[in-house]
Design a protein around this ligand. Structure first.
Ligand code: FPP
Length: 232
């Protein structure tokens, strides 16, 4: 089966508030967020999304209290270990974008193992952004090029596809240093739903909203994305 080229990116925000509202520690919110990620990954594979990039830990998240950082890294490691069957069953290839050198060894080895095990997945490419900063990625990519101003070579160096639909949960309306180049013509979708509550119905709603957008890329052709019209 040919993999769809539709690229959806998600800023998974609102775990902390979800926990606060229930009088629970923030970690409980992240754990529920991890469950939501599993559900959305399966739904994305079913709904014909080709690439799903999710913001799991930003380079700025190191500023959080050490206990929360440790909890997130632990969650990352355990998530990777326990989701391998789900990935295989749903044709998911998993990879991680962002820096690797600051990630604790256990989580780093789990990333390498998950990438190895899932590399044959051909239905959905799930990219977890971990210790990720779009500005840093842009600076890195620019280092490898002669200064010839060639956009397509720069994009190839960045090795990250253009985003079609960017979803941010939790009610905030900003990009927070996520996929800045790739979102140049992304359709933006903001929802107040907190990430742990975000489910397949919410994803369907976001895709339905996206299917009504007229993407012109600065030109004049007004047409919805044909990949959705064809029921990808
Ligand atoms: C933002 O919510 C969320 C994060 C910083 C972490 C995202 C992590 C997950 C969804 C857990 C699963 C991911 C892994 C590690 C595989 P917030 O804490 O900023 O929420 P708030 O804005 O309500 O405080």
């Amino acid at each position: 089966m040919t993999q769809s080229t539709l690229h959806v990116a998600i800023i998974m925000d609102g775990n902390g508030r979800w926990a606060d509202r229930r009088g629970l520690p923030r970690f409980a919110g992240h754990r529920s967020g991890e469950r939501a990620l599993r559900g959305v990954t399966k739904a994305a594979s079913r709904q014909g999304i080709g690439t799903l990039t999710v913001y799991a830990f930003s380079a700025d998240n190191w500023k959080r209290p050490p206990a929360e950082v440790r909890a997130l890294m632990f969650l990352l490691e355990t998530h990777l270990a326990k989701e391998m069957d789900m990935c295989r069953e749903n044709g998911v290839r998993l990879s991680v974008i962002g820096r690797r050198d600051r990630i604790p060894e256990g989580a780093r080895l789990a990333i390498e193992e998950a990438e190895r095990i899932t590399r044959g997945g051909s239905q959905l490419h799930l990219r977890l952004a971990v210790d990720y900063s779009s500005r840093d990625a842009l600076v890195e990519a620019s280092k490898c090029l002669a200064n010839d101003g060639d956009r397509s070579r720069f994009a190839a160096e960045l090795d990250s596809p253009d985003v079609d639909l960017l979803i941010r949960t939790g009610g905030e309306k900003r990009l927070s240093d996520f996929l800045l180049w790739e979102c140049a013509y992304a359709e933006l979708y903001f929802t107040p739903v907190l990430w742990p509550d975000f489910n397949e119905d919410d994803l369907t709603e976001a895709l339905a909203d996206y299917s009504k957008r007229q993407r012109r890329f600065g030109g004049l052709i007004e047409k919805a994305d044909p990949r959705l019209a064809a029921g990808v």
